[in-house]
Design a protein around this ligand. Sequence first.
Ligand SMILES: [Zn+2]
Ligand SMILES: [Zn+2]
Length: 567
Amino acid sequence: MIGTTGRASVSGEPNARLKASRYLLFFVAASLLHAQAAPPDTILVNGHVITVDARFSIAQAIAIKDGRFTAVGTDADIRTLAGPNTTTIDLHGQTVIPGLADGHLHDAGGGPGVDLSRARSIPDVLTAIKARVQQSAAGEVIVTNSDWHEAQLEEQRLPYRHDLDSVSPNNPVVVVRGGHEYVLNSAALAKWNIKKDTPQPAGGRITRDEHGELNGELIDRAKALVTLPAAPKLTIEALQAQHRKLNEAGLTSIRYPGASVEQYRLLQEMARRGVLTIRVNQLMRFNADSAASMRRAIAASGVKPDEGDEWLRVGGMKLGVDGGFEGGWMREPYAEPWGERGTFRGVNTMKQAPFTDVVKELNREGWRVATHAVGDAAIDEVLAAYESASAEQSIRGKRWTIEHGFIVEPDQFPRMKALDLVISAQNHLYLAGPSLVKYWGAPRASRVTPMRDYIDRGFVVAGGTDSPVVPYPPFWVIYHFVSRGTISGGVMGADQKVSRKEALQVETINNAYLTFEETLKGSIEPGKLADLVVVPEDILTVPDKDVERMRPSQTMVGGKVVYRRAS
Ligand SMILES: [Zn+2]
Ligand SMILES: [Zn+2]
């Protein structure tokens, strides 16, 4: 449960709650003894410390020893703990909050493709692509990075096939937008032999314009018709560079929502070398659509559910049942008819029977499941599968999740509650508001993502961005959740606003709860990991727009400074 002054409770079971509070008491007692025996490594004084503990206490100062908070209190209390080798950081009245988390982050964006993140109009997009075409050999495939969205463009639409043809008549062009969408020019459609009579692939969509001609758009599993040039191999150096960008934004913990075993092995090597600057929880993603193939994939990976420690842990298995902005699977038809006279309800990327089969198998093997579900029809499918798994062996208390949960119906809340689900929610509306109005109509678009409804019904909601689909700055998430302000669509769905305190919980302790680490991190309390962010302004009282502009002056992970803004 979570409320304005409460935080995620440890569990519905009194036994677990008792155990957790004993654990915390032990730490407080042990750390007091320890503090007397050995002075802290670091103290931070003269601050406004928003602890996000159960009472939302405010303090002035913090002591840190061996990577954990050992004391939180007044300046006088904390200064007396200092020894000759203690480093003292004077905060000059700045605000300290617990380290921020992103519960659903694929990567930090960027990449070797054409960068569209700074494009503000269709001509900007075409200019960037044209520049790449001019540097490319005849026939070379041009691919864009995925970290942009048409809502950032003046025209508020995607560039389509004929736009792309105007700057690249010969080189195939694949515009990648987020995780569910490609747009191809004519040369690319020809290269991969995609024609008007190509059958619609199951779980995907080849889109047409109002005249019935291909507009170049491929949604979800239709993307499999195209084979992109291999991405450069992921390296430890590349991951380190990404993590540094995330630290700079105030992130101290992330959850990768479905990544490869190869990436996990790199992260393990980083943990072994001690070069991780962010705590990582990784959901695994395997290409398996039956119980048998999932069993084989798990065995081949050698990865065990929940293995790891506070730096790197396996968090479960990622599955998905529908599309994204253009393909979320809905009970009611889209507002945009896609030439189908109002019958399009989105894309169901994994059918009920195989999905249920895989979910039940994962439950038997002790894996927690996290499923991408955007539309209400997708949530219906997820609930049916989770319920049938839970009938075999209860999933209550296991913190299975719905990832995204954009459109949820009143009849679904009690079923979600009965399964004790946790919600992993992001700020997609902040970026994509106007597109969602176009696809789903204004009333439905402004319900995305119903934070107020979830919290009022007692769900623990963990926040994030889905970066690179939405840019990763966590203060944009907080800004959007408290104001419902969007980049280019004004305020949408004001009835779903949450308070500053709730938004902070969503970005800190609730994310810790999501990964079973709420006794370890997510608030500034003695015994917990010393992950924190220093910001110049008081995040509880500045105007909403200042939250959106907020930038950390310092980020600490495990008591070590991982980012400090140059003054
Ligand atoms: Zn997703
Ligand atoms: Zn995602």
